[in-house]
Write a protein of this length. Sequence first.
Length: 204
Amino acid sequence: MKEINVSSKSSARGFTIMEATVVVLILGLIAAFSAPRIINAMREYRVNLAVRQMTDLIERAKMQAVSDNNTVTLRVDTVNNQAGLVIRDSSGKEVNVQYIPLPQGVRFVLPTVSGGSSLPPPMSGAPVSASVSFPAKAGSTGLYEQDFNSRGFPAVAAGAINAIYVGSNNKSYAALTMNSVGGLRSWKWINNQWINVRAVNPSS
């Protein structure tokens, strides 16, 4: 008996032009809806990162002042959007500043209040007249300094509040407040008001 072999051919079917167009259209719609959310999320992340950087710098200044048993100065450069600790030699002469830049697109800036209202303070007594409330460095524009004594406390009057404001693209804003014993609080600007998002230590 003669055996008959039957072979079958499989044909691969590709996308038609119509199907490819539909896929591209769907991907475009997904991208269009998700892109603004991604951009906003990145902006929020960078603003929050800036506040964390300033918090870390202040904590570092306090710890170094205690460790060195000497005054340590934190300097904020609002023109170049950076901040750092002033390095001095044994005689107290400034030799360097270890600057850390703010994240890309973030700068020292006050929030924009809609409706022409005045900017409310994040907490009672917090200054709202400038993006950085530290004393201005003598003879300089855009440089502000805060000293921390050998006990790690800011050199300010009892009960004084300092504030630093950062923002990105006139849409996302955050603030950091510091009381007279170095207690820190972080704030977010939401719907024309400040929301307390973090207290760094109990003394704040």
